[in-house]
Design a protein. Sequence first.
Length: 238
Amino acid sequence: MTNTAPLPAVGGGPGHRPAGGFPPSQAGGPPAPGPPEPAPGGGGPTPVMLGALLVGVAVVVGLVWGLLRSGGDGGVQGTPEAAEPPASPLTSGPYTYEVVGGPEEATDCSANSYGDMIDWFAGNPCERVLRGLYTVQEGQARALVSVVTVTMPAGGAAQQLKAVTDTDGTGNVHDLARDGTVQLPGAPVVANGEYHSVVDGRDVTIVEAAFFAEHSDPALLEKISTDAVRLTEHLRAG
């Protein structure tokens, strides 16, 4: 009797792949889709990248604005603010003055004086004398104002000059109408009006004022003569 080996069963043991090439669990259909592959180029910008970009833009904008404000190396100039013009001593106080004559400048005070002041200045020479003549209108009152500023070599000499000129009958420095420098018909004699003097270091400022047309208001004239001291700035400005 001949022994015959058994035949393997169709679709049998492990590892057997049926016709068609698919494993048993996928027989009858295509393979299941796997996870999606990343898009070419690695994807869009990350939040960190976006933040860095925004910071860079802010820095550039700040630099440009700084150049515009300061007129930096780029040559871009901002619009400068217009500076306010300095106040004029003629109009910066309670009264407004109009210039009639001057400023006149000299270095020989003796030659520009009268009375005892001629000899006093001969023995005590000044460095400079500035003279100006002004008018001021206040209501119906019009006044002529002489302002003289004398610069002495030292502060002590300036104090002595003030003491001498403050004394009645000693004379003074000529105003511009008295010595004929200014011809002003109907001008009052300021030496017969209000007198005021101040010392500032080596400078002595002497103010004399009188009303036109024999107007009388002593209180107003005193205020004007005191205020007119600031016209020294106009004399110095030339």
